[in-house]
Design a protein around this ligand. Structure first.
Ligand code: HEC
Length: 159
């Protein structure tokens, strides 16, 4: 019996595959949206920001765990601290263009509100490595947003 890959790396690989097919589709000039994304987008009704209270420590666990954010954005958001991953995964991530931004450096971040960040996380940025997350609950997202505000030292975490 071989070593079973962890759920996290399977989740990441699925995401990377989606991401790369989106990139290929955009190179080819096709307007490709995976069918599962449609279904999911239509079924989404609740808005996480403003209604749910976040928990920073849970947000950190999600960031470094099931959200797989740390694979690209670094452990605890330190962009230089990437986890050890399989060579294939690391190679795919290093090819991302634009590269994942430093979530600790507010100077280089483009999104200004949690509403925009929610969209980036939920729906992804088409044509980049940042693709839709379909596994986070609204509470997961509220927790993650609060954690992101902490690491970029945002004086207005609810914004
Ligand atoms: C496969 C790599 C990858 C993963 C995994 C990933 N991201 Fe990203 N992320 C990116 C890239 C690349 C961008 C830049 C997209 C752009 O420039 O349009 C980005 C952009 C962002 C931004 C916008 C930053 C700004 O400019 O304001 C946020 C916030 C963000 N990611 C949070 C997350 C969170 C939270 C997770 C986990 C749920 C996550 N990312 C997972 C690659 C990734």
């Amino acid at each position: 019996m071989g070593h079973a890959p962890s759920r996290i790396s399977l989740n990441l690989l699925a995401k990377l595959t989606t991401s790369l097919s989106l990139l290929v589709a955009s190179w080819l000039g096709l307007d490709f949206v995976p069918p599962s994304h449609y279904t999911w987008a239509e079924s989404m009704t609740s808005q996480p920001t403003g209604t749910l209270k976040g928990n920073i420590m849970r947000g950190r666990e999600i960031f470094n765990g099931k959200g797989v954010c740390y694979y690209c954005h670094g452990i605890d958001g330190y962009i230089g601290r990437r986890p050890r991953s399989e060579a294939d995964t690391a190679a795919l991530i290093s090819k991302l263009n634009p590269p994942p931004p430093d979530l600790r450096n507010p100077e280089t971040l483009r999104l200004k509100t949690n509403k925009e960040r929610t969209r980036a996380i939920r729906e992804g940025h088409p044509g980049t490595g940042m693709f839709p997350d379909t596994t986070m609950t609204d509470q997961d997202l509220a927790d993650t947003l609060l954690y992101l505000a902490l690491i970029r030292k945002d004086p207005h975490p609810e914004q």
